[in-house]
Design a protein around this ligand. Structure first.
Ligand code: 3EB
Length: 320
């Protein structure tokens, strides 16, 4: 076990787990709680330091950091990312592959600036301060609103850099114009992990955006279709970059975030038609970083090449 993250409306009663663990206050649609676990077929060692709970094998490091509110969300985010970069640099797992960001009030105004935009500013400044290139070093990522709790950031970092993948249908997020905030979001559309013997593709949070503009405002069915088209476009790009999607008998695992639970049937339907019935799916109720987005989908594609897999995701349905 590299680490586990619990999603649900109630904090699970877990007796001090011996792996990195966090709870995200986010209702699961159609279940009471879900555990997202990251597994390794290689030996794993714990390595907690600098406020980060972490575990690593020879190739990848899973880490989790929780930051209580500082004087601003910009400051909380800067602190989280500075710690992460210092930690992974000191351990020589300096390449962020995938980062998950969760914090409350993502669309709330704070002193004249939306909290998501403050988050983007703090993250951007930490990238610059720690010598990261905003485009070349942008990991796959997502940023979602929780109901309560601290800023929780969990991540996978690797000894070797992955291959960044963008989407020709969308402007790269790190090039978004200033209308979306003073600092652009530092993430890539997907990351192909090359540190692993099997193909592993991390697809970032993906929504109904074409170019840099939200499409189909107010229409969940159309946004779901557009989102699926974007995910498929990213997978097509990743195939160009070497991913043997589908041919290797791999598996797609997806998390869908819905602003309004009543759109669950529509989104479930769009995903099943877009990705096929073999896809493993979890549905969560969350606020999305743009107020005009009704949903967002993220996914991991894991192939089945021979060898001992460095990292492998699974969802565990937990009883109430
Ligand atoms: C978008 O495409 C939708 O700020 O890390 C998706 C994935 C989004 C990641 C982030 C934001 C982030 O811009 C929002």
């Amino acid at each position: 076990m590299l680490g586990a993250i619990a999603f649900g409306a109630e904090r699970p009663r877990v007796a001090s787990p011996d792996f990195p663990f966090a709870w995200i206050d986010m209702p699961v649609l159609g279940a009471s709680a879900v555990l997202e676990v990251w597994l390794s077929e290689q030996p794993v060692v714990r390595d907690d330091a600098q406020g980060i709970a972490a575990a690593r094998n020879d190739e990848v490091l899973f880490g989790c950091v929780e930051i209580e509110q500082q004087e601003s969300l910009d400051a909380s985010t800067y602190l989280a990312y500075s710690r992460i970069f210092d930690f992974i640099d000191s351990r020589e797992y300096g390449h962020l592959l995938r980062v998950w960001n969760y914090f409350p009030g993502i669309n709330h105004d704070s002193g004249g600036l939306e909290r998501y935009r403050r988050f983007c500013r703090g993250r951007h400044e930490a990238f610059v301060a720690k010598g990261r290139l905003v485009a070349d070093d942008a990991p796959a990522a997502c940023a979602l609103g929780t109901r309560s709790g601290p800023l929780v950031v969990y991540f996978l970092a690797a000894r070797r850099a992955g291959k960044r993948v963008e989407n020709p249908r969308q402007l790269s997020a790190y090039h978004y114009p200033e209308q979306y905030g003073p600092r652009s979001p530092t993430f890539s559309r997907a990351m192909l992990a090359s540190a692993s013997p099997d193909a592993l593709l991390f697809i970032s949070g993906t929504a109904g955006i074409v170019g840099h503009e939200t499409q189909h405002v107010g229409n969940a069915a159309e946004q779901a279709r557009e989102t699926v088209a974007n995910v498929l476009a990213v997978i097509a790009e990743a195939r160009e970059a070497g991913l043997r999607f589908a041919e290797s008998g791999g598996r797609l695992s997806a998390k869908a975030y819905l602003r309004c639970p009543e759109f669950l049937p529509i989104v479930r339907d769009a995903l099943a038609r877009g990705f096929g019935p073999a896809t493993e799916m979890v549905f969560l109720q969350a606020d999305i970083c743009r107020t005009d987005l009704l949903l967002e989908i993220e996914a991991v594609y894991a192939g089945t090449a021979p060898g001992k897999r460095a990292m492998w995701p699974a969802f565990v349905d937990t009883a109430a």
